[in-house]
Design a protein around this ligand. Structure first.
Ligand SMILES: C[S@@+](CC[C@H](N)C(=O)[O-])C[C@H]1O[C@@H](n2cnc3c(N)ncnc32)[C@H](O)[C@@H]1O
Length: 328
């Protein structure tokens, strides 16, 4: 059943995704936007450990549950959100509020001590922190952010949560490959996107900016950033691309585009994450077939547990040396 949509909800969104996904799936998406979402957190391994944080949260009387798949992740129901936010664990930076879906990209990035890692669109730094928690203190972690104000937010976040060894650059990520070609073992591109997966029907500010031209603008940025991400990655390295968008243009379209731009040097590695919210990535879009490798990508519909999200993991199988096409 379709929930009652607020008057301000963009009709173009409904039209666009009815024709893309069909009415049933669209209703599932709209019901996800209507759900009161759980608040997920991650135990910050830079400042604490699972056992002592769990015991501190219990001591403060917070009604939380830990996840069965990811031992450092947990959640509280909506009515416990304020209590969690006001807890010592949050104040001391032992716990970091981060949606379950947003935790996935780094969980599949295969970060381990001794590697160099690039976070190409980093602020406010949820995933940079997650990366830093998996690396050793001396490892190279570079976090790039284009917007000055957001860079300061990122710096503050890293400092408060014990990751001030991360190198932060105020820079256009689309240019990073020029300075560091094939330099990093791991690259994360959690791309700027239309954020459709985060819509909430009871909060107009989450969808009032949306338009089809916004989606198109994001597609252009994502393609340029992906291009840079692949070139900055060493052969044999891992790249994870993610968005919190629903639109195929920003997800399957972006993956299909980059696979053909880097044909012969990029392969999709399947994301092993089972969830009731997971649906197959599209293998056809606007009557055109997309790469069959997209079957390995993870598309998540919004629910009370998580935001709508898309994650795709790539392995760079050979050096990429094409000159920069003029359109980039
Ligand atoms: C989806 S947010 C990243 C969220 C972040 N990964 C996290 O988990 O906290 C995308 C970020 O990319 C930044 N951005 C947009 N264009 C960029 C570019 N060309 N180079 C670097 N960062 C960019 C935006 O300002 C925004 O902070």
């Amino acid at each position: 059943m379709k929930p009652t949509l607020p008057v301000a909800f963009p009709e173009a969104f409904v039209e666009r995704y009815t024709s893309t996904f069909g009415e049933d799936r669209l209703n599932q998406i709209l019901n996800g936007f209507d759900a009161k979402r759980q608040t997920w957190f991650r135990i910050n391994l830079l400042k604490s450990d699972v056992a002592s944080t769990v015991s501190s949260l219990k001591g403060q009387g917070i009604a939380f549950q830990m996840d069965t798949e990811f031992p450092d992740a947990g959640w509280v129901p909506p009515e416990q959100r304020e209590a969690l936010l006001g807890s010592n664990a949050v104040a001391n930076g032992y716990v970091y509020l981060q949606g379950l879906a947003s935790q996935l990209p780094v969980r599949f990035l295969e970060v381990e001590p001794g590697l160099s890692v690039l976070d190409l669109a980093a602020a406010p730094g949820s995933k940079t922190l997650q990366i830093a928690g998996l690396a050793s203190p001396g490892d190279e972690i570079a976090a790039v952010e284009l917007v000055r104000k957001r860079k300061f937010k990122l710096l503050d976040n890293l400092k408060r949560h014990g990751a001030d060894h991360v190198r932060v650059f105020l820079q256009d990520g689309t240019k990073v490959w020029k300075y560091r070609p094939e330099h990093f073992d791991r690259v994360l591109l959690d791309a700027p996107c239309s954020s459709e997966g985060r819509f909430q029907l009871d909060d107009e500010s989450t969808f009032s900016y949306w338009s089809t031209s916004k989606v198109k603008e994001m597609v252009r940025k994502q393609r340029r950033l992906l291009f840079s991400a692949v070139h900055a990655l060493k052969p044999g390295g891992v790249l994870v691309y993610s968005t919190c968008a629903i639109s195929p243009d920003e997800n399957e379209g972006a993956v299909d585009h980059i696979l053909s731009a880097f044909e012969g040097c990029l392969e999709v590695a399947p994301i092993a994450f089972d969830a009731p919210e997971r649906v197959d990535a599209l293998l056809e879009w606007r009557n055109k077939p997309l790469s069959s490798q997209l079957s390995g990508a993870c598309r998540l519909l919004p629910s009370e547990r998580l935001e709508g999200f898309f994650v795709c993991k790539f392995i760079k199988t050979a050096s990429s040396n094409p000159p920069l096409p003029s359109r980039y």
